[in-house]
Design a protein around this ligand. Structure first.
Ligand SMILES: Cc1cc2nc3c(=O)[nH]c(=O)nc-3n(C[C@H](O)[C@H](O)[C@H](O)COP(=O)(O)OP(=O)(O)OC[C@H]3O[C@@H](n4cnc5c(N)ncnc54)[C@H](O)[C@@H]3O)c2cc1C
Length: 597
């Protein structure tokens, strides 16, 4: 199997398929997408939100693991990612929250002209569209986004409680300026209630184009370098394995890596782009020496806390369904037939992007200064440069000291949800008690780790993934303070009236209003989300960059990266919206470079 294409896109995931669809709008370019996973575009396990969990234990999930996490009591956590056409957008949990303006500008200010809010937000809007009674019609893109209908009184109680704590409760999550309570947008079609994702929204309308070719079940091993006529290093071909046979395909113009935050640096390292010393030790020929490939791995960490609630009409929970109670399953299926109920979406019952009031007063800022000063000496910084560490820290400081910038995202879920040491869902308690669960996700962790190959072979697992969760002490401190803020929220009406006083709790037997106990709970129970970013960061080479502002890998003129691995600072909330935004923005850049050439 060998053919010539202008662009070879490695990875048919969230960003890869979106980019392919945009590039093939130009009938003069031939685009090939090579995807390691299967084409499951006709499979209800992808399309139906109710079945999405069933793909987790299949070959459609890369299902890797971290190395033991030193700061989490040596626990090893899952590293999930979609290995299927559509990538992680085919198996994710639907929440679709675009990034905020201050964050996007901090990213641009690292030295990425053309990525500031006024340049980037139109690209973001090209990805989705949503029609809403409150906000009208937003976005102009192919991805269907909707708000879940409110079928219980939990969302109203959440809003009223936040309002009583002095937070705004209904800000527009698409406005670029949001804090306080909001409704979670979901990548679910508003009427069919099916998953809307890269393969359905971007690929399907483009699939019949004669200039778009998709190969699935083909694992890219490496990219092959040569010299262009002007003597510069250039990519000439891509080597891949399909059905046990290894072949190469020529790239006439460019190779664009869209294999995601874990796999893109792996392909670069296998191809000889990375830390020369490490690559030599694995007998990999080095083409570009850049020690920052695979570094700056960031991810959100989160905690869950469950409380027993009264059984009241209007305050139904999903506990029966979680316990596989036949009556609850039948009721959910009946509701599904009407396009309603818990099987049609993500099932959060109210979220909030939360500032930390304790740090925004003058006294709070003084305490924050002292904490940064104290922790700076203990922080594990990996290979990050001082310039980047300072820029990252100063952004996080600006968030923490602001009364209107969120340092955590709180989500509520009507039912019991706790996790075991591996990050797997813990069994539901027996009995017919009902629960409300609160998840707190750290918006801007300062901890950063790395992922590197440990073998020169693409097919062996051969990856050491070490996010170094909670290696920066400030992350523990911020999460512990948010636990305390949540404890205050739980004591506020009307939420306080729904939680059974002295009812069952998870975690039990700890006093989370005590800061030391809250810190201990953070270390004991923290989990990693699947929001990995940063391993091929976009910033100037001298401060730790792997790609430039036009997504080109430093040292090679026709190799680009266009996925979440370019993101130098993890965004405030869930990452899928940003992946689509990067693909849209990347498509604009690549198209304009084509005209320039
Ligand atoms: C279980 C789960 C739940 C999530 N829930 C949410 C959520 O609710 N909201 C949210 O915003 N985000 C969520 N995310 C995260 C979000 O989906 C991802 O961050 C985002 O989709 C990543 O986009 P990407 O384009 O960078 O990578 P991906 O979409 O993962 O695409 C990478 C693609 O490259 C392919 N590939 C990799 N290596 C090779 C190779 N060597 N050869 C060929 N192909 C290769 C992969 O198979 C994959 O298809 C979730 C993720 C997971 C895994």
């Amino acid at each position: 199997m060998s053919a010539d294409f202008d662009f070879v896109i490695v990875g048919g995931g969230t960003a890869g398929l979106s980019l392919a669809a945009r590039l093939t709008e130009d009938p003069n370019v031939q685009v090939l997408v090579i995807e390691a996973g299967e084409d499951l575009t006709a499979d209800p396990r992808v399309d139906m939100p109710a079945l999405s969990q069933s793909l987790v234990n299949t070959a459609s999930n890369w299902d890797l693991k971290t190395v033991p996490q030193l700061y989490l009591g040596n626990r090893q956590l899952h590293v999930y990612g979609g290995r299927v056409l559509g990538g992680s957008s085919a198996i994710n949990h639907f929440i679709f929250t675009p990034p905020v303006q201050t964050y996007v500008n901090a990213w641009a200010n690292l030295g990425n002209p053309g990525w500031d809010w006024s340049s980037f937000s139109p690209s973001m809007e090209n990805a989705y569209h949503i029609k809403d009674t409150q906000w009208g019609s937003l976005g102009a893109g192919p991805l269907h986004v909707s708000f879940a209908s409110e079928e219980t009184k939990w969302p109203a109680v959440w809003r009223d409680t936040l309002a009583n704590r002095g937070f705004p409760v209904s800000m527009n999550p698409f406005s670029g300026q949001i804090y306080g309570g909001f409704r979670d947008p979901e990548s679910v079609h508003p009427t069919t209630k099916l998953r809307s994702y890269a393969a359905s929204a971007y690929l399907e309308p483009a699939r019949s184009r004669p200039n778009l070719t998709i190969w699935t079940n083909a694992l890219v091993d490496k990219i092959i370098f040569g010299q262009s006529s002007d003597g510069e290093l250039s990519v000439t071909a891509v080597q891949f394995t399909k059905g046990g046979t290894t072949s190469t395909v020529k790239a006439g113009m460019e190779v664009i890596l869209c294999a995601g935050t874990i796999q893109t640096p792996k392909i670069l390292e296998l191809s000889g782009v990375g830390n020369a010393e490490m690559l030599h030790s694995l007998s990999v020929d080095v083409f570009i020496d850049n020690p920052y490939v695979g570094e700056n791995l960031q991810n959100h960490v989160y905690l869950s806390l469950s409380n027993e609630v009264f059984k009241e009409e209007g305050f139904e929970t999903l506990d029966g369904l979680l316990q596989q109670d036949p009556a609850a399953i039948a009721a959910a299926q009946e509701a599904l037939a009407k396009g309603k109920g818990p099987l049609t979406g993500a099932n959060t019952s109210g979220s909030a992007q939360m500032p930390l009031p304790c740090f925004s007063s003058d006294e709070g800022k003084r305490e924050l200064d002292q904490l940064f000063e104290k922790f700076r000496a203990n922080a594990v910084t990996g290979k990050a440069t001082t310039t980047f560490i300072n820029a990252h820290e100063s952004f996080v400081y600006s968030v923490l000291s602001s009364p209107t910038e969120a340092s955590a995202v709180y989500s509520t879920f009507p039912g019991f949800m706790a996790f075991d040491d591996n990050g797997d869902q813990a069994p539901h308690p027996s009995g017919d008690d009902r629960y409300l669960t609160f998840a707190i996700s750290l918006a801007h962790p300062l901890s950063r780790g790395s992922t590197h190959i440990t073998s020169p072979s693409a097919s062996s697992p051969g990856l050491e993934i070490d996010p170094r969760y909670l290696s920066h002490p400030m992350d523990v401190e911020v999460l512990a303070r948010h636990i305390q803020e949540l404890e205050m929220i739980k004591k506020t009406k009307p939420l306080a009236e729904r939680l059974i006083p002295d009812g069952k709790r998870a975690p039990g037997g700890v006093d989370l209003s005590d800061l030391e106990q809250a810190r201990a709970y953070v270390r004991r129970a923290c989990n990693g989300a699947y929001h990995f970013t940063g391993t091929c960061s976009q910033m100037p080479r001298e401060i730790g960059g792997v790609v430039d502002e036009r997504l080109r890998v430093y040292g090679c003129k026709n190799l680009r990266v266009c996925d979440l691995s370019i993101v130098p600072i993890i965004p405030r909330c869930n990452t899928q919206a940003l992946a689509y935004g990067i693909a849209e923005h990347g498509a604009k850049i690549i198209k304009s470079d084509l005209v320039g050439n």
